[in-house]
Design a protein around this ligand. Structure first.
Ligand SMILES: Cc1cc2nc3c(=O)[nH]c(=O)nc-3n(C[C@H](O)[C@H](O)[C@H](O)COP(=O)(O)OP(=O)(O)OC[C@H]3O[C@@H](n4cnc5c(N)ncnc54)[C@H](O)[C@@H]3O)c2cc1C
Ligand code: SF4
Length: 669
């Protein structure tokens, strides 16, 4: 959340502390101009982090500044670079280790996202993006126009009585909600994967639909390649959140019109039959298995134009992972992606600047508006209004610019409320509204697909940023719940992932264009829990069990093996105590050293399963069509519905379940 006071608080002494940190963590001999530019970037990053993280950073910088003086030296800001590095190294061995890492991460992200630093490591995406955008429009204008026409053409999910033709909907300013309560048939909270689909299906059926979205509206034309810019504007709290537990899992959520679909990589896979059968078995929901979700999947795939990458859009990083897997005889599948002629400029996670990726921003939400739905950005719902067991609307706040807090409350009254706020915010909203599931499972069973990443160096140029975000997956180990993929990251995020700083980091980063960054996804059996805290806070806890810790470790070594087999001369591992790998012998030795769960650096962008569906109200929070048990007029249609981890990228399954839930609402209207 942007906070002007926070920015002001970073003038003077704190700024000097950060400048000293930049000199210590950055390469030797940085010009003062670069130091100052990095500090400006740091202040901008910190301003979008969670208020709790901001407080932690304030405390850490103050402790660092005074700590060195306390032990008989000078304040941190006046130390020479070598002294400052020694002080940080000492901290890194002590109880403030996690805090030191946090400060180090902020500094390297800020530094390696500076335009001149990106250029110095050979990352110059903007002219490439502009060329790809122009080429797409020129070459594929007919296909683009045909898909846009398809998106607004009637194709009702259910044959309903044709209602009165609604006026065209639009994106509306939140202040129009202030004053007397506004009324509609259905109010949808959240505009991402679940919310976008729900809005379009219900609006097409003739219902009056309002979509309330906490994030702001950002048009395709506003998307750039700036990592820190996108983290600030499109992600909740800068995408720098973490679960609590002995092995924290870093996670990111989209917060903008289009939600996670705007910032995701565009992989659009159906859930494996094995998973759907398992879900059906545990939940009693027969509609999940035996191909009974196929129609819903097919409908979503049509509106999202799902298909394999275009020839010519596949990057060299993808070819290298395929080469390694082929040599090992491992099974590889082409990605299915939601795109209309993606040319491959690899900034999907900062918002697709060409409009090729079919996020809900450019697909389902325009469709919803063409059937009369209205979208309300910057409107955060705080709670559901209940009359006994019946949901009668929602109450929330119209936020200030850049999602700042405000006291401007609004109310929307509706015959049905559908929560599509994602697997963390939806259960928290239900809890905050006093809903108590008879199952006792609300907020429980959080699954996260814990994953980790390696950085592999090749002699040949890779230029992984030229090509689609991801074009294939290694599925050889799918039945073990392990998927491997190469995903190019911008310099700022590669620098954050590497386990060193200073000259050493600068030296490795100078080989940026020879890197393959790759990650793993593990279908977890561990679970976590979401709890609402205060008026708006959400705290997820997660406990990685031994079985999953072993599988994450195994997945990292499998990935390393594939990349070494493809010809990598160095692979940097994501756990401490092991130097980089250079060959099979090194890999064997590294495998022989036990890895503790607490050694793992875990991250996820897949959060699922906190209001699960099922046929038994004492096991599930929602019935198979998403209605919340023990309530009337209240549904969920997002990733919360999953009975367990899905094992592949979840977006398409969320959308298929939302399509099914929309059908249920229309049938019962
Ligand atoms: C970086 C990244 C890459 C990913 N890559 C892929 C991929 O390639 N393929 C794939 O399948 N999945 C991917 N995912 C995951 C996928 O995007 C999500 O699983 C999916 O978007 C979740 O859908 P949802 O409807 O549950 O929630 P979201 O899409 O997250 O939408 C929830 C929306 O609700 C809004 N909201 C929350 N609380 C409130 C409130 N109180 N009031 C109003 N609005 C609120 C949020 O701002 C958000 O816009 C990725 C995710 C990320 C972050
Ligand atoms: S690679 Fe991603 S950002 Fe680039 S055009 Fe394709 S979908 Fe869009």
């Amino acid at each position: 959340m942007m906070d002007g006071g926070f920015r002001r608080g970073y003038e003077g002494r704190r700024r000097a502390t950060f400048a000293a940190l930049v000199r210590a963590v950055g390469p030797q001999g940085l010009t003062e101009e670069l130091v100052e530019a990095t500090v400006d970037e740091i202040v901008a990053i910190l301003a979008v982090l969670a208020p709790m993280t901001q407080r932690v950073v304030r405390g850490l910088t103050a402790t660092l500044e005074s700590g060195t003086r306390f032990f008989g030296g000078s304040p941190f800001s006046s130390l020479h670079r070598d002294e400052a590095r020694a002080a940080l190294a000492k901290w890194d061995r002590g109880p403030l280790r996690l805090g030191t890492r946090l400060l180090r991460d902020v500094v390297v992200v800020a530094h390696y996202d500076l335009p001149s630093v990106r250029e110095s490591v050979g990352y110059v995406p903007d002219p490439f993006i502009a060329a790809k955008k122009a080429e797409r429009l020129e070459r594929w204008s007919n296909d683009i126009a045909a898909h846009q026409a398809l998106l607004v053409a009637p194709a009702p999910l259910r044959l309903v009585e044709a209602g009165a033709k609604q006026p065209r909907g639009s994106v509306r300013p939140g202040h129009q909600l202030l004053g007397a309560p506004t009324e509609c048939d259905v109010v949808i909270v959240g505009s991402g994967a679940g919310g976008g689909v729900m809005a379009a299906e219900l609006a097409e059926a003739g219902l009056s639909v309002m979509v309330l979205e906490e994030g702001e509206y950002h048009a395709t034309e506003s998307f750039t390649s700036s990592t820190t810019g996108a983290l600030g504007s499109l992600y909740r709290e800068g995408g720098a959140m973490s679960t609590l537990g002995r092995t924290p899992v870093g996670y990111a959520e989209g917060r903008c019109v289009g939600g996670g679909t705007v910032v995701n990589g565009g992989m659009a896979f159906r859930a494996p039959d094995r998973v759907l059968k398992g879900w059906s078995g545990v939940s009693g929901d027969r509609g999940l298995s035996d191909g009974r979700l196929d129609d819903a999947y097919a409908r979503v795939e049509r509106f999202l134009s799902v298909g394999p990458p275009d020839p010519g859009s596949v990057g060299r990083d993808q070819d290298l992972l395929r080469l390694g897997a082929d040599r090992l005889g491992w099974r590889v599948v082409d990605d299915q992606r939601n795109h209309v002629h993606c040319g491959g400029c690899n900034v999907c996670t900062w918002g697709c600047p060409t409009g090729a990726k079919q996020s809900t921003l450019v697909s389902y939400l325009p469709r919803a508006m063409s059937f009369g739905a209205t979208i309300w950005p910057g409107c955060r719902v705080d709670r559901i209004l209940m009359k006994g067991k019946r949901a009668v609307g929602v109450q929330g706040r119209v936020l200030g610019r850049e999602n700042t807090e405000s006291k401007n409350t609004f109310e929307v009254r509706a015959k049905r409320v559908v929560l599509c706020a994602g697997a963390l915010q939806t259960p928290a909203m239900l809890q905050r509204s006093g809903i108590q599931s008879p199952s006792g499972q609300l907020g429980r069973n959080l699954a996260v697909h814990p994953g980790s990443a390696v950085v592999a160096m090749f002699d040949e140029p890779v230029n992984g940023w030229r090509g689609a975000h991801q074009s294939l997956q290694v599925r050889e180990f799918e039945d073990e719940g392990i998927v491997l993929a190469a995903v190019n990251l911008p310099p700022a995020l590669v620098a954050r992932a590497l386990p060193f700083d200073g000259e050493e980091l600068a030296k490795v980063m100078s080989g940026y264009n020879h890197m393959v960054t790759a990650g793993t996804l593990v279908e977890d059996t561990s679970t976590g829990r979401v709890r609402a805290v205060g008026a708006t806070g959400v705290v997820p806890t997660y406990r990685l069990n031994e079985r999953d810790a072993e599988r994450v470790t195994r997945s990292i070594f499998l990935l390393s093996e594939a990349l070494l087999t493809a010809g990598a001369h160095t692979v940097f591992l994501p756990f401490g105590g092991r130097g980089p790998l250079h060959d099979g012998d090194g890999l064997r030795q590294a495998r022989a050293i036990p890895v503790k769960a607490t050694d793992l650096a875990l991250a996820t962008v897949h959060l699922m399963g906190t209001a699960r569906i099922g046929t038994d109200p004492l096991w599930a929070v929602c019935d198979p069509s998403g209605s919340v048990y023990d309530t009337v007029g209240l549904s969920v249609a997002d990733a919360s519905l999953f009975p367990a981890a899905v094992g592949v990228n979840p977006m398409l399954t969320i959308m298929a379940l939302s399509t099914r839930a929309a059908g249920g609402i229309i049938d019962s209207w």
